[in-house]
Design a protein around this ligand. Structure first.
Ligand SMILES: [Zn+2]
Length: 146
């Protein structure tokens, strides 16, 4: 049996890939509910991870007399802090996306306004651009950054 992580966000939220009924409108209430479930489950899981890291670091914040132990502990903490920072940013992004669902703006490309698509959103629920705009902005970013 596959573990939770490899099953992805849908399994984590306890939902199946969305099946549209014939003539169903894009981003119908059912679809919005579907994505709200996915996003909330994802956010809750990240929050748990952040909490776990926090308490783990408090437990481990003992003083090691040995400088080698101390150095490796500091390294480990630095890594955990980076992970937490990433998770916090992701939580913010998820909350912003949940806000889009509330205001009925979810599922459309912020750049060109077309439908992002259910399958793409299931793979990346925080996507706010269609695949074309995303690809373009990544190319631009690379040019600026390179
Ligand atoms: Zn677009």
């Amino acid at each position: 049996m596959a573990d939770k992580k490899s099953l992805g966000l849908l399994a984590q939220a306890g939902v199946e890939a969305y099946q549209e009924s014939p003539n169903e409108e894009y981003m119908s209430d059912e679809q919005l509910t579907h994505f709200r479930k996915i996003l909330e489950a994802w956010r809750n899981q990240l929050r748990e991870e952040v909490d776990r890291t926090k308490s783990h670091m408090q437990d481990e914040a003992a003083n090691f007399p040995d400088p080698v132990d101390r150095a490796s502990q500091e390294e480990e903490f630095a890594l955990e802090l980076r992970t937490r920072d990433r998770e916090r940013k992701l939580i913010k992004k998820i909350e912003k996306t949940l806000g889009l669902i509330e205001s009925d703006d979810f599922g459309f490309c912020k750049t060109c306004g077309i439908e992002i698509g259910i399958r793409r959103l299931e793979a990346r629920p925080t996507a706010d651009q269609c695949i074309d705009c995303k690809t373009l902005s990544e190319i631009k970013e690379k040019q600026l950054g390179g």
